[in-house]
Design a protein around this ligand. Structure first.
Ligand code: SF4
Length: 406
């Protein structure tokens, strides 16, 4: 148990206690570990891919993606040789697409600089794109059983509670303390099982809410439990609130096809295709924003845009709220631009192509609102071909139930 003096000062137990804590964790993990596919052979390549996929993502979500990825890209060379759009397509829906782009970059570096073999050293791993301190520690310890710490969100929470750490774990000072303790605890042998055990304990027992302390193998070592306030730890500095973003999105149809725009290579949804949208300016109405979105495309609409509904989409720092419209241009119109004035590529995609292209999830949500090729609709929304300025045209039709066509 932790002494009263240690509790007061928020200090970790004496070194002599570390062995008992390790032993209890390893014993529990040997019995409780989930049989996950990347744990079958502990192949370093599979461990690398799983660790990248598991960042910010639940195990249940990752499982089908991991299986599809391994079928498409069974080794480093397959990733290195794949076009970026193929990697992004395999990643579609997982979010944080820089992870997929960095996998491609790192794989090419492994082929050119390391003979196609994933390096085992945490320091060398950290020099690869997309591999930070945690991922380097996880690949080295889980993939190669090297004695090195790996601190992710689960481990921060478990250690923050075990030692009732006074500093918020999401600050540099708090993180430094957690890494220091993790480095002290990780055994010389069996680092793989120890690090995985800490992560597994965080996922299954020492959960963010309602930790199952009564079933915890480390309860006798836990300072937060001894205080009777496990959920008061780990201490955290409040995050900045999500920024609200209001915008408009336009599903622009041309016969069986819909207009797509390619995102810039870096940043949010980098390299993916999307249904064109933009953020409204302060005080700007939907009609004016739609006119701005259309500006420069020089496409003659058949009729004013019709409102389809609303899409809400949450990102880590942004909560998006987009009013979604649909409009048509004449099928025979062939002078569609190949790019926006700012140089973003445009393309008209038929349903079959839509399924093959990597598409931002926001666009999938908008398509689900009711886009279907014009020839399949009973109401073609026809009329004489004309350029319609949505700012000066009829007011958008009222919106009904969210997500329903009106
Ligand atoms: S006793 Fe409770 S708070 Fe402490 S490590 Fe176990 S589950 Fe977490």
């Amino acid at each position: 148990m932790v002494s009263a003096r240690q509790l007061r000062k928020g200090l970790p137990p004496q070194r002599g206690k570390d062995g008992a804590l390790r032993k209890a964790l390893l014993k529990w993990f040997a019995e409780a570990r989930r049989p996950l596919p990347w744990r079958e052979r502990y192949d370093p390549y599979q461990v690398w891919i799983s660790e990248i996929m598991l960042q910010q993502t639940q195990v249940e979500t990752v499982l089908p993606y991991f299986a599809r990825w391994m079928a498409a890209f069974p080794d480093v060379a397959a990733v290195a040789g794949a076009p970026q759009e193929e990697l992004l397509k395999a990643w579609e829906g997982l979010g944080y697409y820089s992870r997929a782009r960095n996998l491609g970059r790192a794989a090419r570096r492994i082929v050119t600089d390391h003979g196609g073999v994933l390096p085992a050293s945490p320091e060398v791993l950290r020099s690869l794109p997309g591999i930070g301190p945690y991922t380097a520690g996880a690949i080295a310890s889980i993939g190669f059983n090297i004695s090195t710490p790996a601190v992710d969100g689960n481990v921060s929470r478990v250690l923050g509670r075990l030692f009732a750490l006074p500093d918020p774990v999401n600050t540099p000072r708090g993180q430094a303390r957690v890494w220091e303790i993790a480095a002290r605890l990780v055994p010389v042998r069996n680092a793989r099982a120890f690090n995985e055990g800490l992560m597994e304990l965080g996922a299954l027992v020492c959960r963010a809410r309602a930790p199952a302390c009564n079933a915890c193998p480390l309860a006798n070592h836990c300072a937060a439990y001894a205080r009777g306030t496990p959920e008061a730890f780990p201490r955290k500095q409040p995050r900045a609130r999500r920024r609200g973003l209001r915008g408009v999105l336009l599903l622009l149809g041309r016969g069986k096809r819909v207009l797509l725009r390619k995102r810039p290579g870096e940043g949010l949804w980098g390299g993916l295709w999307e249904i064109p949208w933009l953020e409204r300016r302060r005080g700007e109405g939907c009609a004016a924003a739609l006119a701005r979105l259309l500006d420069g495309l020089e496409l003659p609409l058949c009729a004013p845009p019709r409102k389809l509904g609303v899409v809400d989409h949450g990102l880590t720092h942004i909560q998006m709220h987009l009013d979604c419209y649909r409009a048509e241009i004449k099928e025979e119109h062939s002078s569609a631009r190949a790019s926006t004035p700012s140089g973003q590529p445009l393309r008209w995609a038929a349903p079959g192509t839509l399924r093959k292209l990597p598409l931002a999830r926001l666009s999938h949500k908008a398509i689900a609102l009711g886009w279907e090729p014009a020839h399949q609709r009973t109401d073609p929304g026809g009329g004489a071909p004309r350029r319609t300025d949505p700012g000066g045209g009829p007011a958008p039709r009222p919106v009904g139930k969210r997500g329903k066509m009106v």
